[in-house]
Design a protein around this ligand. Sequence first.
Ligand code: TZP
Ligand code: MG
Length: 213
Amino acid sequence: MTRKEKTFPYQLYLVISKNDCKNKNMLHVAEQAILGGVDLIQIREKKLSYELFLEEAARLLEITTKYGVPLIINDNINIAIQLDTAGVHVGNNDIAPTQIRKIWNEPSKLIGYSIEYMDQLKSDDCIVSDYLGISPVFLTPTKKDTVTEWGLSGITKIRKNTDLPLIAIGNIHKENIRSVIKAGADCIAVVSAICSAIEPQKAAFELKNEILK
Ligand code: TZP
Ligand code: MG
């Protein structure tokens, strides 16, 4: 299966961790988010041991499977393989997408790759990926160790230079989501706009509505 044969019908992408859900139950937040319109979920745990990450991802997978929402694992290819999730998402400092394709020889699996520089667009790692993360669009307190603040003009520039589905992430919320779509993003990824919301389902619903406007 080549990338061109794969569809990318996702528009609202939740990136979730226990920590980002604070005093709320992560699995409940995920379920509410799906009911509100999230159509792709990534679990991103930076501080857990392999076993705990695996356990948490397995629980989340039960929920995403129930609703037919694909689950993506951040960074950890072994957990993705062990749980047979829909895919894996990596950045510049992680295992490279070209390597992942060799290790996980299942062409249907989704590989997401966050890019930090324009010249990465021509790399083999981008070519073998299924979507690119534009990371971050705006600076965000949720992830401080970022390199390039792409801004809206950055999305538009990337859009002109690749046909890959573009996922925008970084400080995107109800008030600015429309402008990010207009700039050329195919899909919007959020952490706090849903995880920190008092009503995650309502928050997801409102974000999705803005995307579909
Ligand atoms: N990668 C780039 S920015 C970011 C990640 C995981 C965090 C986005 O969080 P928020 O709360 O939606 O700004
Ligand atoms: Mg990473």
